[in-house]
Design a protein around this ligand. Structure first.
Ligand code: DGP
Length: 142
């Protein structure tokens, strides 16, 4: 795994505005916020993308994420929020250490803008695809 800015933050070599920490995760304010209160949640376990994370580290993130969302909404008073998690540079991941963005959405104009070029799922294709995915999920759980 490449050295990242988040590994340096975890080691305390670079300062951050810490929001939460336990033995498995750290949350801190994003240095380039899309809206005030934009918070990042990272595992202490080193992994580049979500699929590479252990079940333990994933569970630790999942436990904390809703709590952080509640705090962000309570403090910012935002009407809504987006949780974003980018994997791979093609998917806009800039820092190669797993992280979740919690981005307040104060109004339609600010916060995260989302392009959503939706297609249409056709019946037979959907059934075949779901079957293949279900088999892959079952295999990855073993
Ligand atoms: P992503 O595109 O999902 O990899 O987003 C990475 C985010 O990390 C981006 O919103 C800016 C933030 N970031 C990058 N470097 C630092 C840093 O040194 N400190 C903090 N607090 N955030 C950083």
């Amino acid at each position: 795994m490449p050295e990242t800015i988040f590994a340096r933050i975890l080691r305390g070599e670079i300062p951050c505005h810490k929001v939460y920490e336990d033995d498995q995760v750290l949350a801190f304010l994003d240095v380039s916020p899309l809206a005030p209160g934009h918070t990042l949640l990272i595992p202490k376990e080193p992994a580049v993308t979500l699929d590479a994370l252990s079940d333990d580290a994933a569970a630790a993130l999942g436990r904390v994420l809703p709590r952080l969302c509640r705090a962000v909404v309570a403090v910012t008073g935002a009407a809504g929020y987006n949780v974003l998690q980018n994997n791979g540079s093609v998917a806009h991941q800039a820092v190669m250490h797993v992280h979740f963005h919690i981005i307040p959405k104060p109004d339609a104009q600010s916060g995260l803008g989302v392009g959503w070029p939706a297609g249409r799922l056709e019946g037979a294709d959907g059934a075949a695809l779901a079957e293949r995915l279900a088999a892959a999920v079952a295999a990855s759980a073993q």
